[in-house]
Design a protein. Structure first.
Length: 699
């Protein structure tokens, strides 16, 4: 079955339809690229539909909000009352047809189960899907249901969808208890029990059913007293009204509490903040001050002097009204809530086989167009396909901890963090992060340290290394992490968030060493343009490589391109094309081109060539009409660091390209460097890249 549309609808309230929607949009975005999101009907009472707000912003930002929906629920009720259902469906089909003309795939999300009476809601969703020609995905709420109950509901759903005339694409059962999920998985493997359409099972995750501090702040219109955004993504597991004395209050504190307290209770405020610095108490998620009161001047002075602090919010309503309002806040997934987004996508990707989805939709695994979002999310899929173990030596950095949580939640890699476990755990807890699945190692107390000292001494004694020098080296977290990679205790390392490039590369050169035939470690940036991904090298490591080194950089860059699914067509860049120019710099590139061709006759290599001739077919036809690379280059080798670094930044800033890297190449095992100004997303991508490199090396 091939269709460029799908229709998702919940068959009952609170089924978790958004998690399924996000998972399929993620899959489509990396498989198709040009995807639209469409809601035939949205709720009237909301100014902005939250699902459209999230999905459109993340996956199809070029769509206007108006394009993303058909009608409001109040309009549809009028159509039904007036007998104008045909007009309603025709208008929806017109809107969907226009979207299909502009986009490769349109994912439709049906009415919320609370929009109408539930029975009619299901009927109208299937009626819409049938008339729009969209295969139907039903989402069932499996919470508090036995496996037998769910199995019956799957059969009823199958029959209802089939009898309606819709094409039944799949059924998702969401929010299941894990033991029930295990039982039902066995039953569904039985051909006599299986539904006609594929069934995917997703477990309940309590955190997705809880609001974040940011969500509560937005819903209640809270003032952020400290004017800080950090910590607002914390999940509020429960809320507590603090009406007792401080002594009695502290005995009731639980992890993830939102403390609701009158703003003039300085004692409770200070006690709540102090939980952040004590190993004897759980960490609260935040503090919500009521009544429009604020702590006293000296208390505020004490609070604002702390670097680590939980969010402090304020409302003007009284404590009773505030508590009622907090209890009514829905557990939405907001556009900026990367922690919840990572958790939702990780849940979907762990339990839904993407290859099965691909076959069901008959989508190409190698589309001609590759957008940045397709490439970045494709990294996750490839990394997850043969999960590797990555060591991160800079666990003291907040960005590393945040990236760790995302990577673990999305099940991309296994992670070891280096440092004092109690400090790492406390730091993560103070940020409201869950890194329980990470392995924590303290090199100062680890039994591995002595073994690593002896190994490093043997590796370097010919370079006048002493036992004491080896001991000093292993006290450095980068050296310890590199030794873990060397010994096979980790598949790769990522560092550089707080260390220099030299601090990252030096241990790798001394311990892991370069691939045979390659004498120089170099780097590339993966440049994600609108419709394709290019490789730029070397833009970060070697200031002025000679001809032999430039040839090695070209070969390493070609192999890196291949690792990431990019067909290597190499352009050896210079300020002249072919035989038109002369000079020392041009001759270096010409010699390097010859050397690279001799070493790797299997590669398509052109040089010297100017950038415009390498990338633009029209220019190539004029300057190098017979070249197999000109106008079609995918790997661009710059003659020196000055040219490469400036060019990648110019392209990045002027075109809006996503630059992923630097990716180090030439080492026997992968070690990658981060910029000290890196973002959490940069760390996540670099770790995924390192895992993919590790897969390539071992195969």
């Amino acid at each position: 079955m091939h269709s460029n549309t799908l229709y998702i609808a919940s068959l009952e309230p609170e089924a978790g339809k958004l998690v399924v929607t996000m998972g399929i949009m993620e899959f489509l975005s990396r498989s198709v690229g040009n995807v639209a999101f469409f809601r035939p009907v949205i709720d009237t009472e909301r100014d902005i539909d939250p699902d459209i707000n999230l999905i459109r912003g993340r996956y199809c930002p070029n769509m206007s909000y108006e394009e993303s929906y058909g009608f409001q629920a109040s309009e549809v009720k009028s159509f039904v009352a007036e007998g104008r259902i045909k007009f309603f469906l025709e208008e929806l089909l017109n809107k969907l047809t226009r979207l299909k003309e502009q986009y490769d795939f349109v994912l439709c999300q049906g009415l919320n189960a609370t929009s109408f009476l539930s029975a009619f809601d299901l009927d109208i969703n299937m009626e819409i899907a049938k008339n729009l020609g969209c295969p139907f995905i039903g989402v069932i709420n499996g919470m508090n249901q036995t496996s037998r109950d769910i199995a019956k509901e799957i059969q009823i759903t199958e029959a209802a969808i089939t009898e309606s005339g819709c094409t039944h694409f799949a059924t998702f059962v969401n929010r299941m208890a894990k033991d029930t999920l295990g039982v039902l998985e066995v039953e569904l493997d039985d051909p006599d029990e299986a539904s006609g359409a594929p069934v995917f099972l997703l477990p309940e995750n309590e955190e997705l059913d809880k609001p974040s501090l940011a969500g509560i702040c937005d819903a209640l219109g809270c003032a952020n007293i400290l004017d800080r955004s950090d910590g607002m993504d914390r999940i509020v597991k429960q809320f507590k009204i603090a009406a007792m004395t401080m002594e009695h209050f502290l005995s009731h504190v639980e992890d993830g509490d939102l403390i609701i307290v009158p703003g003039d209770r300085d004692d409770i405020v200070l006690a709540s903040i102090s939980t952040l610095f004590s190993a004897n108490y759980p960490n609260v998620a935040g503090i919500l001050l009521t009544g429009g009161f604020l702590p006293g001047a000296n208390t505020m002075r004490l609070i604002t002097g702390r670097e680590r602090i939980v969010p402090l919010l304020s409302v003007t309503t009284d404590t009773y009204s505030t508590t009622r309002n907090v209890a009514a806040v829905p557990a939405l997934i907001n556009p900026g809530d990367e922690r919840k987004i990572a958790l939702a996508l990780g849940l979907f990707e762990t339990h839904v086989n993407s290859e099965r989805l691909r076959k069901m939709t008959e989508l190409s695994t190698t589309p001609e167009t590759v957008t940045p979002i397709m490439f970045e999310y494709g990294l996750f899929e490839r990394a997850r396909s043969a999960k590797k173990h990555i060591v991160l030596p800079e666990a003291s950095d907040e960005r590393i901890l945040r990236a760790t949580e995302i990577l673990l939640r999305r099940n991309v890699v296994d992670i070891t963090l280096l440092g004092k476990p109690e400090e790492i755990t406390a730091h993560a807890a103070s940020l409201g992060l869950d890194i329980k699945k990470a392995r924590l190692i303290d090199p100062s107390t680890s039994e591995l340290t002595e073994e690593f000292i002896q190994t490093f001494y043997k590796l370097r004694k010919h370079k006048n290394m002493t036992p004491d020098g080896a001991r000093d080296a292993m006290s450095n977290l980068s050296y310890f992490g590199t030794m873990m990679v060397y010994e096979g205790m980790a598949d790769g390392m990522v560092s550089g968030a707080i260390h220099t490039t030299a601090d990252t590369i030096r241990p790798a050169l001394q311990i892991i060493k370069t691939i045979p035939g390659i004498s120089v470690v170099s780097s590339v940036f993966l440049m994600c343009l609108d419709t394709r991904v290019l490789v730029y090298g070397d833009c970060a490591v070697n200031p002025d490589p000679n001809a032999a080194q430039l040839a090695e950089i070209a070969i390493s860059s070609a192999d890196t391109a291949t690792t990431f699914g990019i067909e290597p067509r190499l352009a050896m860049l210079s300020y002249s094309t072919g035989a038109s120019g002369k000079g020392v710099d041009v001759e270096k590139v010409r010699t390097a081109t010859t050397m690279a061709r001799e070493k790797r006759p299997d590669l398509l290599i052109e040089g010297p060539i100017q950038y415009d001739a390498a990338i633009d077919l029209a220019v190539a036809k004029t300057k190098m009409p017979d070249s197999l690379v000109a106008g079609r280059a995918t790997v661009f080798i710059f003659p020196d660091l000055n040219t490469g670094n400036n060019t990648y930044k110019a392209v990045q800033r002027s075109s809006g390209a996503v630059a992923i890297g630097p990716v180090l190449q030439g080492l026997k095992k992968p070690v990658n460097d981060l910029s000290r100004g890196c973002l959490v997303a940069d760390i996540v991508n670099t770790v995924a890249i390192t895992a993919i490199q590790a897969q390539s090396i071992q195969t």
